[in-house]
Design a binder for this molecule. Structure first.
Ligand code: AKG
Ligand code: FE2
Length: 406
């Protein structure tokens, strides 16, 4: 697998030796950080012995596992398959539900197309909107039409109030966890526009596409404060994604998932009893990762409802997903997520756990995404070669909580 005489290997080795010489004593050495570093490392390559990989249990996925280069083990922690569906739960993380290969290759390709063609366009916001005046038809559709057409930087409005966001990966802002009690005060926090880059130059859609990092679903999210900005109104969650999420939540027998759970359920009690009816996604994000990208340890705590299921769909290249506990000091469990896998984070013990993506696994696009199944697939195939897409869908308000949002 590793060619130790290649230039890439030698470069990675030099970098590794350099990085181990200059360890900063003030650095974050939490259990989560140590695990992130392990999986980010190019040299030595990470050990996958203790990575949970449920695909290795499935004979139908043997060729996919072999082609995927990296493989973990199915039994690094105790798991329990539900009697009622092909879902797995982990007694060590109550509320985490894994549905390996839930989506057929055909549904995966449909969701890739949906993410780029239908979702990545106004009125949905993307990370690039802060800095560029993106075409009305969306960046992907403009790219298909005319790859070299220029996209211009967003001018700064001298009369507007802005806040500055540092460049690079998502910032470590430890925002106040939203709840029914503090909802009004969080809602009233000012949410100024993010300052457009002063150095952005006109760029082509082809050059901007690898810099696409996320597109908003439903309620708008304010990245400067890490709270929802309800003043901007709500875009309904698109039927394609809403239906997939509702189907998944309905398919799970939640009684089977939570039977042994004794953790705190908060003011509303164990609300899973009526998720089949009350679950209604209203927010989320589509994440676009290039193979060099990572998502640092974080908790999704901007939603008022801290228990309702978060549905997370993986498409394209595989990734290592780390899931820990209430602080960064809990040693996280690494899980190998492949295209078509679905993860559900639900309940008080899991929904607000630290998690992140330290590594996208290079060259792991499954063969069915490389086949030319229809005439229009070629540009999607080329983009997906180096991409992982994650559709991450949430419910902001618990059942019966209907604040005035004026
Ligand atoms: O990409 C993933 O699987 C996780 C994404 C995530 O945690 C998030 O968007 O909050
Ligand atoms: Fe998250």
């Amino acid at each position: 697998m590793i060619n130790s005489s290649s230039q890439a290997y030698k470069k990675a080795r030099r970098q590794y030796l350099k990085s181990t010489k200059s360890r900063d004593s003030n650095a974050d050495w939490s259990a989560f950080r140590i695990s992130e570093k392990h999986f980010k490392s190019k040299f030595p390559p990470p050990d996958f012995t203790f990575v949970l990989d449920l695909a290795t249990l499935d004979d139908a996925r043997a060729a996919e596992v072999a082609a995927g280069v990296w493989a973990g083990s199915p039994d690094v922690v105790p798991t329990r398959q539900l009697a009622s569906s092909k879902a797995y739960v982990l007694p060590s993380i109550p509320g985490l539900v894994l549905l390996p290969a839930f989506l057929t290759p055909e549904r995966q390709r449909e969701l890739v197309k949906w993410s780029l063609v239908e979702h990545c366009r106004p009125p949905n916001e993307t990370n690039l909107d802060t800095h560029y005046l993106l075409p009305d038809q969306g960046l992907w559709n403009a790219f298909l039409q005319e790859r070299s057409a220029l996209v211009h930087p967003r001018p700064i409005d001298v009369n507007a109030e802005y806040i500055k966001q540092e460049p690079g990966p998502r910032q470590l802002v430890d925002n106040i966890p939203a709840s029914r009690i503090n909802f009004e005060s969080i809602h009233s926090i000012s949410k100024p526009l993010l300052l457009p880059s002063v150095s952005a130059q006109p760029s082509t859609s082809a050059n901007l596409l690898p810099r696409l990092r996320w597109a908003n679903i439903g309620w708008f999210y304010h990245w400067g404060t890490k709270h929802y900005d309800f003043s901007k109104g709500k875009i309904p969650v698109h039927e394609t994604v809403r239906q997939v999420c509702k189907e998944i939540i309905k398919l799970i027998d939640w009684n089977e998932v939570f039977e042994s759970d004794t953790s705190e359920w908060g003011p509303s009690g164990p609300d899973w009893v009526d998720w089949h009816d009350s679950y209604e996604p209203d927010a989320g994000i589509v994440n676009f990762y290039q193979t060099k990208d990572t998502l640092m340890a974080h908790v999704d705590r901007s939603e008022v409802c801290a228990t309702s299921p978060l549905v997370s769909i993986s498409l394209g290249n595989s990734a290592v997903f780390l899931i820990g506990g209430p602080t960064r000091d809990t040693k996280p469990l690494p899980i190998l997520l492949r295209s078509g896998d679905v993860v559900i984070m639900s309940g008080p013990a899991c929904r607000r756990s630290y998690h992140g993506i330290p590594r996208i696994l290079e060259n792991t696009l499954p063969s069915y995404m490389k086949e030319m199944t229809d005439d229009g697939w070629a540009p999607f195939r080329a983009y997906m070669e180096s991409t992982r897409i994650n559709i991450n869908v949430r419910q902001v308000f618990p059942k019966g909580f209907t604040p005035a949002l004026a």
